[in-house]
Design a protein around this ligand. Structure first.
Ligand code: MG
Length: 159
């Protein structure tokens, strides 16, 4: 059996007055991610996990942030394009797990919505998509609410 594991990691700075998109949904907050795209740090980490499993580089290689085409783009579109690549390579996604490190706001009420949204974009069952959230106990840049980081892993199986 041909199984591939991939890991992704992404960080975005937070700034006042920007919309906050995480895990494919918009969350009401006073700050949002600074980015060339919509700044969905969770979807970016998941994209990198999928690309990493196939040793195909990272999201920045596929979608350069110097390109006007990707300015302000909905990261769900990027994730869908990465899933197309996975399919083209002959793999299917077994499961995804990610952890969002963010001090505020509380993400727990949004977790199931994120899981369903990600599952719908990828085209797999919601039971195969795990989203977890943690504060960093006010330590580090996440704890100081200067930024958000996300770790993600993905398992692919040859079809
Ligand atoms: Mg990013």
């Amino acid at each position: 059996m041909d199984i591939r594991i991939g890991h992704g990691f992404d960080v975005h700075a937070l700034a006042e007055g920007l919309p906050l998109y995480i895990g494919g949904i918009k969350i009401e907050h006073t700050k949002g991610c600074v980015a060339h795209s919509d700044g969905d740090v969770a979807l970016h980490a998941i994209c990198d996990a999928l690309l990493g499993a196939l040793a195909l580089g990272d999201i920045g290689k596929l979608f350069p942030d110097t390109t006007a085409e990707f300015k302000g783009i909905d990261s769900k579109i990027l994730l869908r394009k990465v899933c197309d690549v996975v399919k083209q390579e002959g793999y299917k996604i077994s499961n995804i797990d990610c952890t969002i490190a963010m001090q505020r706001p509380k993400l727990r009420p949004h977790i199931d919505n994120m899981r369903q949204t990600i599952a719908d974009v990828i085209g797999i069952g919601v039971e195969r998509v795990s989203v977890k959230a943690t504060t960093t106990e006010k330590l580090g840049f996440e704890g100081r609410e200067e930024g958000v980081s996300v770790d993600a892993v993905a398992l692919l199986m040859k079809e």
